[in-house]
Design a protein around this ligand. Structure first.
Ligand SMILES: *Cc1c(COP(=O)(O)O)cnc(C)c1O
Length: 395
């Protein structure tokens, strides 16, 4: 079974890429290698491994065959050289940053980022003598002005949560080249099906694989992908600090990835149709979806993305009570955080993520009472639209 040099389409790669040529015990699927450590035949075997003459697994924290194959598959999907898997997306974010920055170093991050990522940069890194500057998403002059001689990395998400703002990869690439810093993108909302930041010149791509990549709302996982020179430093650091992905979760990630492309096709289509439906609905004030021409970054999104995902954010033309009535009257959509899985989920940021914030501060952060984030699943779009339409009648 010789591999062709030709690069297959993503639908084919999701199924076959990374899978071991020597299928274990003739098994079609990659088994869950549930072992904490690995056997050497004799002392010569250990020597040949230690001296780098022979590959071998040694101890679970340093690697696992199921996890390795999941990494290889993700590497192929993202056009990376190598990658590191973590036990969740926040481990990917925090471990990547801690592996690459030292005391006295500086980081620039855009304000429209995952809340815990911002908390990590603003509240945690400072304790270790790493400074961070938060700049406004979309203000590239401010971003450039924030770069100092000690700046090691600029970090941005695209699309962002919950407004699905899009970072302009061409502009970020220019800044990266001008200052010779590292450029990392949290591409969780983008997915390698819809965008590949490494192809645009990014140094690192990070994902919460909890979302679209595993895609079944059943595991937490995270991944950082990029050039081997950088990912090997992250991987070495991971071996010291811990936070590795468990082989069971790696198996579920692999299993989820087999259908990644077909799920994405449906999710993109459901997302677009729901955005269009809501955009026309009289009880909806505003829809945020990068696939709609009225989105502030629609042109950038069209340039660098091939699809826009299943997350649709919108404002109900009502108050807190009316917005809650929408959530409470849905039949199919489940009220839960997260997105990108098979089940349709809906969240109300003002209640869930920002409950402890005073209403005034919430509004300042752009989290309005009537804001809702809808994450379409793979159900039939007619059912999802009917569900929304029925619930909106109760608003
Ligand atoms: C969910 C998420 C994370 C965190 O990932 P976990 O798997 O929950 O730890 C980071 N970034 C983005 C954009 C996310 O959506």
């Amino acid at each position: 079974m010789k591999k062709e040099p030709k690069k297959d389409q993503i639908e084919t790669r999701t199924v076959h890429a990374g899978e071991a040529d020597a299928h274990w015990m003739d098994s079609i699927t990659t088994p869950i290698v549930q072992s904490s450590s690995y056997i050497f035949r004799d002392s010569d075997h250990i020597l040949s491994y230690i001296s780098g003459q022979q590959d071998h697994f040694e101890y679970g924290r340093y690697g696992n065959p199921t996890v390795s194959i999941a990494i290889k598959k993700l590497v192929e999907l993202e056009n990376a050289e190598d990658g590191v898997l973590f036990d969740c997306g926040m481990s990917a974010v925090s471990t990547t940053i801690l592996a690459l920055l030292n005391q006295g170093d500086h980081l620039v991050i855009t304000d429209d980022a995952y809340k815990k990522t911002l908390i990590f940069c603003e509240k945690v890194l400072g304790r270790f003598g790493i400074q961070s500057t938060v700049v406004k998403m979309g203000d590239y002059e401010q971003l450039e002005a924030a770069i100092r001689p000690e700046t090691v990395i600029m970090f941005s998400e695209s699309p962002t949560n919950p407004y699905l703002n899009i970072a302009d990869f061409q502009r970020l690439k220019k800044i990266r080249d001008r200052y010779g810093i590292l450029w990392a993108i949290d591409s969780t909302f983008g997915t390698p099906y819809n965008q590949r930041p490494l192809d645009w010149g990014a140094d690192l791509v990070i994902h919460s694989a909890t979302k679209y990549l595993s895609g079944h709302n059943d595991i937490l996982a995270g991944v950082t992908l990029g050039k081997r020179e950088i990912t090997s430093r992250i991987s070495d650091f991971l071996h010291t600090i811990g936070g590795i992905l468990d082989p069971h979760a790696a198996y579920l990630l692999l299993r989820g990835l087999k259908t990644f492309a077909v799920r994405m096709e449906r999710l993109n289509s459901n997302g677009m149709q729901i955005a269009q439906f809501l955009d026309r609905h009289p009880k909806i004030k505003r829809v945020y979806y990068p696939g709609l021409p009225n989105h502030r970054h629609h042109e950038i999104a069209r340039r660098q993305m091939s699809g826009f995902g299943s997350v649709v954010t919108f404002e109900v033309d009502s108050n807190l009570k009316g917005t809650r009535a929408l959530l409470d009257n849905l039949r199919i959509a489940l009220i839960a955080p997260s997105f990108g899985g098979t089940e349709t989920l809906i969240t109300h940021p003002a209640t869930v993520s920002y409950y402890n914030y005073p209403p005034e501060e919430r509004r300042q952060l752009g989290i309005k009472d009537e804001l809702v984030r809808f994450s379409a699943g793979i159900e039939h779009v007619d059912d999802l639209i009917e569900d929304l339409d029925t619930a909106l009648k109760k608003v």
